[in-house]
Ligand binder design. Structure first.
Ligand code: ADP
Ligand code: MG
Length: 485
């Protein structure tokens, strides 16, 4: 029997706001434990929550990006449970009136090769609701520690329909979600920093049937590889269960990355009763049409739309667009350079190859951010212009680029100061070519004998003697005419 897996994801995204969801206390990653708290975060008696408008606006933007319906009124509910990561004994969340309803995320599946765009399809969203994050527990030997820094940070929970069938699709979904969030400045979605966390619901059914099987929820998928491996493991485990005649029980399982397996956490019977009720301390939120339209007008062009435009407008190869477009700053940088000098292909190549290589080498933790790079779009444009005008060779341009990267000087300044202009002066090159022809009879004979490639050995000598400054086209012409006449 062949089986088909069915996957639905619940993704928590930490919103990028200065302060927490219901208080002024700031939140950012990496502060010493328990330094980002205040009486509201700690749930001390007498405190009252005050809603963070920016978090509500960012959440509504998420809905606008994915075509969800934005609730005209959404309310706040208390989700009650007692656990040491939650100082109040409840979490403020949205139960039956989430801020975003429906919508869909465009995803891209890998193509047949890296050079070809893969299939695009959409994964439907069920809803997205806003809530506050909880603290972080660290369990050690004989003691457990709690850090409330994260407690109260704004968290958007995005729930998908059971629309995916492979770990690859789940991965593509998370990739697309993250790309859109980062583009619109909603969240940095860095999984390593806990800014994007994912639970996966997995079931299997006989291939070709429609009815959903019993689902298992996998928690703790906090790395991209964890999502892939956890889902793949779970699909295999469920198929094995069914084939051995065991029933799948609805349960929550934990992904153990060290042991590469899922283990049972709790069954459906043991699931919490959260006793949701409306939070009496908070008013429902109304979002007017004007507010929503104002937020819509702030949205950037979306990455896949931009990629389709780049393919068409600039006729760039797919591989280059898939380097430029997922990164909003980089693609803006490219367009800024093209606006100054119109040679999209050469500019894109320089950015995708030379610039990214230098940024990667210059960074201490990952690449140097583009904002800290001394090479600005006008520098790239200037360099490409010098190549196109035949003032420097492509070979010299590589060195000039590295110098621009180090100094932030313009290409023409570097070229002028160091006398790097290529020599196209035929008479100057003729003397040199003549000399090289006399001293290298072997390749000359081979060329005369019909081996076209033999000329490259001579060209290489000329380039070497001129330190790369000779115009290769001119050298080619001069050599050929000297040998053949
Ligand atoms: P629960 O009530 O257990 O939280 P929901 O119906 O709210 O379940 O669904 C939670 C997530 O599980 C959603 O992402 C949904 O798409 C997914 N899901 C629901 N049923 C299945 C199933 N049979 N197989 C896989 N995923 C499922
Ligand atoms: Mg649910």
């Amino acid at each position: 029997m062949k089986y088909e897996a069915v996957i639905g994801l619940e993704v928590h995204v930490q919103l990028k706001t200065k302060s927490k969801m219901f208080t002024r206390a700031p939140y950012y990653y990496g502060a010493p434990p328990n330094t980002l708290t205040d009486p509201v975060v700690l749930g001390l008696p007498g405190t009252l929550p005050v809603m963070n408008k920016e978090a509500v606006h960012k959440s509504a933007k998420v809905g606008l990006i994915f075509g969800s319906q934005i609730a005209e009124v959404c309310k706040w509910d208390r989700k009650n449970y007692f656990y040491p990561d939650s100082p109040k004994g409840y979490q403020i969340s949205q139960f039956d009136q989430p801020i975003c309803i429906g919508g869909a995320v465009e995803i891209e599946l890998p193509g047949p090769s890296r050079n070809v765009m893969g299939e695009h399809r959409s994964v439907r969203l069920t809803r997205a609701h806003l809530e506050e994050d909880v603290g972080k527990l660290t369990h050690g030997l004989g003691e457990s520690l709690v850090d409330f820094n994260r407690a109260g940070a704004p968290l958007l929970e995005i729930v998908t329909e059971p629309d995916m069938h492979t770990s690859e699709e789940a991965f593509a979904f998370l990739t697309s979600l993250r790309m859109h969030m980062v583009y619109a400045g909603i969240s940095d979605c860095d999984m390593e920093k806990g800014q994007m966390r994912c639970d996966a619901n997995v079931s299997i059914r006989p291939a070709g049937t429609m009815e959903l099987g019993t689902k298992v929820e996998i928690k703790n998928l906090n790395t991209i590889s964890g999502v892939r491996n956890g889902i793949d493991y779970e699909i295999k485990r469920q198929i094995r269960c069914i084939e051995e005649g065991e029933a799948i029980v609805q349960e929550t399982r934990r992904w153990d990355a060290e042991k590469s397996r899922t283990t049972s956490m709790r069954s459906k019977e043991m699931s919490h009763d959260y006793r949701y009720f409306p939070d009496p301390d908070l008013m429902p939120v109304k979002l007017s049409k004007e507010t929503v339209e104002g937020l819509r007008s702030e949205l950037p062009e979306f990455p896949y739309d931009k990629q389709r435009r780049f393919l068409e407008q600039y006729s760039l190869p797919f591989t280059i667009t898939s380097v430029l477009c997922p990164d909003r700053e980089l693609s803006d940088y490219f367009e800024a350079a093209v606006a100054i000098y119109n040679n999209a292909k050469s500019i894109a190549n320089l950015i995708a190859n030379d610039l990214l290589r230098e940024l990667a080498e210059a960074g201490s933790h990952g690449s140097l951010p583009l904002s800290e790079c001394k090479v600005k779009p006008e520098h790239i444009a200037g360099l490409v212009k010098l190549i196109d005008e035949g003032i420097i060779s492509k070979q010299i341009a590589q060195d000039v680029f590295i110098q621009m990267f180090k100094t932030g000087h313009a290409a023409d300044v570097i070229v002028r100061e160091q006398g790097l202009e290529q020599t196209s002066d035929t008479s100057e090159l003729e003397a040199l070519c003549r000399d090289i022809i006399t001293n290298n009879p072997k390749p000359v004979e081979e060329f005369k004998g019909g081996n076209e490639k033999a000329i490259n050995a001579l060209k290489g000598q000329v380039m070497k003697r001129t330190q790369g400054k000779a115009n290769p086209k001119v050298v080619d012409d001069v050599l050929k005419s000297l040998i053949l006449n």
